[in-house]
Design a protein around this ligand. Structure first.
Ligand code: PMP
Length: 371
């Protein structure tokens, strides 16, 4: 069966998937790759050895299904949150899955779905809308100001008018780097409860890089508020695929209704536990990346670019008459950044000091060329 004349649209797929393209940041073989908000530091050798040990133990028991409830891992994640987010979190408050994308998928399967809607304030993380589509949830694009902050009054109005079932607030936001004030989250949460009530998901994938504290303490006394997190960024473990959420235990019970049994492999659980043992070392890299992020902001401004204030491990910069052409011109100089489709803007992930230097050299040359 190699008849390439047959395409997706010739198959009896769901109507809402027809003509659509999959999520796809280009994976190009370029010397400097600063396009997918990964952590540039490889895991330290000591941790690699610990992962090998833990995985070896897990391997001996691979004839059995893994712990379906990931109790040891959720306990370790709760301890990490308690220590770093300024709020006591217990295992019952935590759920884990294969990347925060799967956490979000499980939330939409539970609280969204056919006949229901979700809202996000765009530009934001495109997968919220794509996972909504994949779960049959209608998608509503909510507003942001021109400086990419959320106007609480305008956002609350959009919630009141649409009465969505799920509200996404991404802080720090991807691709803009913008953090959201706790007061704004509370205002949107209250608007969402008045309109429906609905589930408010605060996506904190990048929060460890923020100048501000986590919004996690807001879950206290608010059973419809969920914070989602990931080990892909701060823990430098994008390849591991481990995301998690913190919320009222009832939310954790609710997602069990849709999770596949044994969704989190024993190898994944063992690897994540090993990484959590090395939290302090990994958070040391986060401090270096925060300093590099701040340097990128300062140097891009010094070169003459506009930069959006960033609380993440990436920086949105512009403006370009044609961002796709600028993206290609930077790529021609050996540096891969991201064109997120925000007109006039591109996004660069903070890499190692040497990678950032290469990037800055490329955009400095581009600026000179334009004058
Ligand atoms: N949320 C946001 C805002 C993101 O940018 C990303 C990754 N790019 C994710 C969630 C998903 O991360 P993962 O599935 O690797 O945990």
């Amino acid at each position: 069966m190699t008849d390439r004349a047959i395409g997706i649209d010739d198959l009896p797929i769901r109507d809402e998937l027809r003509g659509k393209s999959p999520y796809g940041a280009p994976q190009l073989d370029v010397p400097v790759q600063l396009n997918t908000n990964e952590n540039p530091y490889e895991l330290p050798e000591e941790l690699v050895r610990r992962i090998a040990e833990r995985v070896a133990d897990a391997a001996r028991a691979l004839n059995r299904y893994p712990d379906r409830d990931a109790v040891e891992l959720r306990t370790a994640l709760a301890a990490y949150l308690t220590r770093t987010a300024g709020h006591p979190v217990r295992r019952e408050n935590v759920w884990a899955a294969n990347g925060s994308n799967e956490v979000i998928q499980q939330l939409l399967q539970t609280f969204g779905g056919p006949g229901r809607t979700a809202i996000g304030f765009e530009p934001s993380y495109s997968m919220h809308g794509l996972i909504a589509r994949g779960t049959g949830t209608g998608w509503i694009s909510g507003p942001r100001r021109d400086d990419f902050t959320i106007d609480p009054a305008a956002a609350a109005r959009a919630i009141a008018e649409n009465a969505p079932d799920v509200v996404f607030i991404t802080s720090p936001n991807n691709p803009t780097g913008t953090a959201v004030e706790a007061e704004t989250v509370l205002a949107l949460h209250d608007a969402a409860q008045a309109a429906k009530p609905s589930l408010v998901v605060v996506d904190e994938a990048y929060v460890e890089f923020s100048h501000r504290p986590s919004l996690l303490p807001l879950i206290e006394g608010r059973p419809n508020l969920v914070v989602s997190r990931t080990m892909s960024k701060a823990f430098g473990a994008a390849g591991l695929r481990l995301g998690y959420l913190a919320a009222h235990p009832a939310v954790v019970d609710a997602v069990q209704l849709v999770r596949l049994p044994y969704h989190l492999s024993a190898v994944t659980q063992a690897t994540a536990l090993a990484a959590l043992e090395h939290t302090d070392t990994l958070l040391g890299y986060v401090e270096q990346l925060k300093a590099e992020r701040d340097r990128l902001v300062a140097e891009l401004r010094a070169i003459g670019y506009e930069v959006t204030e960033s609380d993440a491990n990436f920086v949105q910069f512009g403006r370009f008459e044609d961002s796709h052409t600028a993206w290609q011109q930077i790529l021609d100089r050996g540096v891969l950044v991201r064109d997120n489709g925000v007109p006039g803007w591109l996004r660069v992930t903070a890499g190692t000091p040497a990678e950032n230097d290469a990037f800055l050299e490329a955009v400095r040359a581009l600026k000179k060329e334009q004058h």
